[in-house]
Design a binder for this molecule. Structure first.
Ligand SMILES: [Cu+2]
Length: 107
């Protein structure tokens, strides 16, 4: 009886976990690699959370040109996420490497 209950709890947790992965589809992800953001521009729907991940061996940041969002330093494999509530065109740079630029278009 106890084992059955534990099994149900684990199964229930998995059912919650799987959709949460689906929510972070590739279409809301930007990588920093080879000192470039990719893809850029990235187009998402309003209310989407965009996640940047640093795949370089050098640290990078993600800083909005307007100050709307600003990550800390991201080491290798670190990520930063920001939820875009309003439609618009959002430019960002890496504050360490200013030639690294990118754009998120929110529809
Ligand atoms: Cu950088």
């Amino acid at each position: 009886m106890l084992l059955t209950a534990v099994g149900l709890v684990i199964l229930g947790a998995m059912e919650v976990y799987v959709p949460s992965i689906a929510d972070t589809a590739d279409s809301t992800k930007i990588v920093a690699k080879d000192f470039m953001f990719n893809p850029t521009p990235l187009t998402v729907k309003a209310g989407s959370t965009v996640t940047w991940t640093n795949l370089d061996d050098e640290p990078h940041t993600v800083v909005s040109d307007t100050g709307l969002f600003k990550s800390g330093g991201m080491d290798t494999n670190d990520s930063y996420s920001f939820k875009f509530e309003r439609p618009g065109t959002y430019h960002f740079t890496c504050s360490i490497h200013p030639r690294m630029v990118g754009t998120v278009v929110v529809q």
